[in-house]
Design a protein. Structure first.
Ligand code: NAD
Length: 694
């Protein structure tokens, strides 16, 4: 696989940077990737093994607290470019990847490391000052014992220049040192690198333009720099996550995985940032989340298409998920102030008492792939609003979606040191479990969730689990409209390709209406449109993983062996993609895995019962406790059944739904703790009791 060199796009002579790297330089093992703030291709940053930060228009003065009005300032700054390139630089540093900064690139690195710029070199400065036509030339001195002197093997040289800003030598960024000075008496800084290079990757920044020096094929100040930089890229060792489109089986991206070091560095960064984030007034944090809420709408097309491409849900359902996520965010925006406010519990007498709610600190959000927007916002939105910093590990099957979430949170103003994504599968999750975080919020399977709880138990911090289910639905004999109940139940089975934690996984129907219900259910299942999830009207797309097909087929085979009858479906579709036909089985009982184990696909068993009591007994015959649904025209009858359910959620005449205003919680193997509702706000704070006398 080729190494990828990301070149940040600039409107100023971009082709020079691109063409600097000849076919011979790149050989067969490196390719160039344009990283463009205009195309906003953030996801490509996460695929690169090294970066060039290029020259161009002045950096926004706000970024380094400079005067916004100065001589020769540009008509407008490019805030989007600054933000985009900041993401590149932070990414490179957190993942220990090589960076070459040129001209503005050098200035940006200084600013991002906490330094400042001279906003305009003396207008009569005829040595460096940019002219509209040609570069200027001058001598430089190279500092001994620097990376630059190692690379160039020179103490002096001649370079070109075309700039009107420079690093303020009294305001050099943290841990930076000057490696070259202008040979003139004006003291202009010509190059920087890290002072202490321990644990750092190659980072070299120059004020001149090596990519367009006339003698670039010979000059050590161009040729040697280029060669050294490419060699550094060649020796990088990033592990990659392969993102596969489950509908086409095509490889759609190869994303860098996090390492032990990068996970630890991100945690350190969050520890530094959390306190100042928490110290902001609540309304300021909420304002960032409001911006994020708006951005989810602005970017909805790219977000929905990305989600469908990487996990296969029908496109319309991806849009629905985004809408649902926004509704939840709106709830948190509107309700958080109320539930995070201090409470006076005793305001009379000698001792006054109040409760305040303080953030937990830095929390982990280890997430699942089936509803990455919904299950994500349940955690990181209230966590951030409450003043926590978040280490977010999306599922390896929705890494691209996770990257978009991070990017939009940054665009919304959430600081880099308050939200960090780590990419990878279980091994990276393990690294997160080893960190001394202040809370662990996990969404995923029972198996992993139990393991997570055991692993973090010794940390003695909150650990919440949103896990799987084997959710039952019972249809009593008094339902009025069997057709529409069958339609609702079927949607509960197949929505999201059957991969919802609260999907209808098993159905019990009163014997008096069993045949009519089954007939209608099967007829509707047969009509469902299965196929390309991007095509309008598709109701069922692929399941997300190939292994899942094998698992579903094994459940069907087990049931058939034990006497079940398949009324429709039961097979995978031929051809590309991981498609499972909508599958309905009858003659099922609880000796069969399909009635006991979470299926997570568009399959269900329908069992006949002779009474409500039998239905209750079967509905309760499970290790899980997420949701249970009852369809009946009598609320009293349904209520009696719902009262007996040991589940976090019950439904009357509806199913497979989640509401922001109600707690979302599983019992037994379905989880621990609650998200959403006011309880899902308080989950991210710790109470402090105040006893006040005087
Ligand atoms: P999973 O358990 O395989 O993975 C969940 C997350 O845990 C992923 O990010 C994964 O990389 C990570 N992980 C895996 N091994 C780990 C380890 N050893 N240490 C730390 N992290 C590790 O689950 P999944 O397949 O992503 O999600 C599907 C499951 O999630 C289903 O069971 C579904 O019912 C459940 N789910 C529950 C809810 C809910 O609200 N209750 C919501 C969505 C999904």
């Amino acid at each position: 696989m080729k190494k990828r060199l990301g070149v940040s796009f600039t409107h100023t002579k971009f082709q020079h940077y691109w063409n600097w790297f000849t076919t011979e330089d790149l050989s067969v093992d490196i390719e160039l990737i344009e990283l463009s703030f205009e195309k906003d291709n953030v996801k490509d940053i996460h695929t690169c093994d090294g970066f060039i930060l290029t020259g161009g228009i002045d950096i926004d003065a706000d970024l380094y607290g400079g005067e916004t009005d100065y001589e020769y300032k540009p008509d407008t700054f490019q805030k989007e470019r600054d933000l985009f390139e900041s993401s590149i630089y932070h990414y490179a540093q957190l993942h220990c990847l090589p960076v070459l900064g040129i001209c503005r690139g050098l200035q940006l690195v200084n600013v991002l490391e906490g330094g400042k710029l001279l906003q305009d070199l003396d207008r009569y400065n005829d040595i460096h000052r940019i002219s509209t036509t040609q570069d200027k030339y001058h001598d430089i001195f190279v500092e001994e014992n620097s990376l630059l002197s190692d690379i160039t093997k020179s103490n002096t040289g001649t370079v070109n220049s075309a700039h009107h800003q420079a690093i303020d030598k009294n305001e050099l960024g943290n841990n930076l040192k000057v490696n070259a000075w202008s040979g003139t008496a004006d003291g202009t800084i010509e190059g920087i690198e890290f002072n202490d290079k321990t644990g750092k990757a190659f980072m070299l920044c120059v004020q001149w333009h090596p990519e367009r020096m006339p003698d670039k094929e010979e000059s050590p100040f161009s040729k040697n720099i280029k060669e050294s930089f490419l060699n550094e890229i060649r020796i990088t060792q990033m592990k990659k996550i392969h993102v596969i489109n489950p509908a086409t089986e095509e490889l759609i991206a190869e994303i860098n995985e996090d390492s032990l070091q990068s996970v630890a560095d991100k945690f350190e960064l969050l520890k530094q940032g959390q306190m100042s984030w928490a110290a902001l007034p609540l309304q300021k944090r909420i304002a960032c989340i409001e911006k994020f809420y708006a951005l989810l709408d602005t970017y909805k097309d790219v977000l929905a298409n990305t989600l469908t491409a990487e996990m296969g849900k029908p496109l319309q359902q991806s849009y629905n998920e985004l809408n649902g996520a926004r509704n939840r965010i709106k709830y948190f925006i509107d309700q958080s102030a109320k539930w995070l406010a201090e409470e006076w519990v005793t305001s009379e007498g000698g001792t006054k008492e109040k409760i305040t709610y303080e953030p937990l600190g830095v929390i982990a959000n280890i997430s699942a792939w089936n509803y990455p927007y919904l299950v994500g916002v349940n955690v990181y939105i209230p966590a951030l609003i409450a003043g926590n910093a978040v280490l977010y590990k999306p599922s390896e099957y929705t890494t691209l979606t996770g990257m978009h979430i991070q990017d939009l949170l940054y665009k919304a103003g959430v600081p880099v040191n308050c939200f960090q994504l780590v990419s990878g599968a279980g091994a990276v999750g393990e690294m997160v479990l080893n960190l001394h975080l202040n809370g662990f919020f996990f969404t995923g399977s029972y198996r992993t969730g139990k393991y997570v709880a055991e692993r973090v138990a010794t940390h003695l911090v909150p650990c919440q689990l949103e896990l799987g289910g084997k959710d039952p639905l019972y249809v009593a004999d008094d339902v009025e409209d069997i057709e529409s109940v069958a339609a609702a139940a079927l949607e509960g089975v197949v929505y999201n390709n059957g991969q919802s934690c609260c999907a209808v996984e098993r159905i019990y129907v009163h014997e008096k209406i069993f045949d009519r219900f089954v007939k209608s259910f099967v007829a509707q299942a047969k009509k469902m449109l299965i196929g390309d999830p991007t095509a309008p009207g598709t109701e069922i797309g692929p399941v997300s993983r190939k292994e899942q097909l094998r698992f579903l087929l094994s459940q069907v085979a087990d049931a058939k062996e034990k006497g079940a009858i398949v009324l429709t479906g039961g097979n995978v579709l031929n051809g590309k993609g991981f498609f499972m036909e909508p599958t309905v089985l009858v003659n099922v009982d609880h000796s069969m895995k399909i009635m006991k184990e979470e299926s997570f696909g568009p399959v269900t068993g329908i069992q006949k019962v002779s009474s409500d009591d039998e239905a209750i007994q079967l509905m309760q015959d499970t290790e899980y406790g997420l949701t249970a649904a009852v369809y009946s025209s009598s609320f009293e009858r349904a209520e009696k059944i719902m009262n007996k359910m040991n589940t976090g959620t019950v439904y009357w005449n509806c199913c497979d739904r989640v509401s922001a205003t109600l707690p979302w919680s599983g019992r037994k193997h379905s989880g621990l703790g609650a998200t959403l509702s006011y309880q899902g706000i308080r989950a991210f704070v710790q109470p402090k009791g105040w006893h006040l006398r005087g």
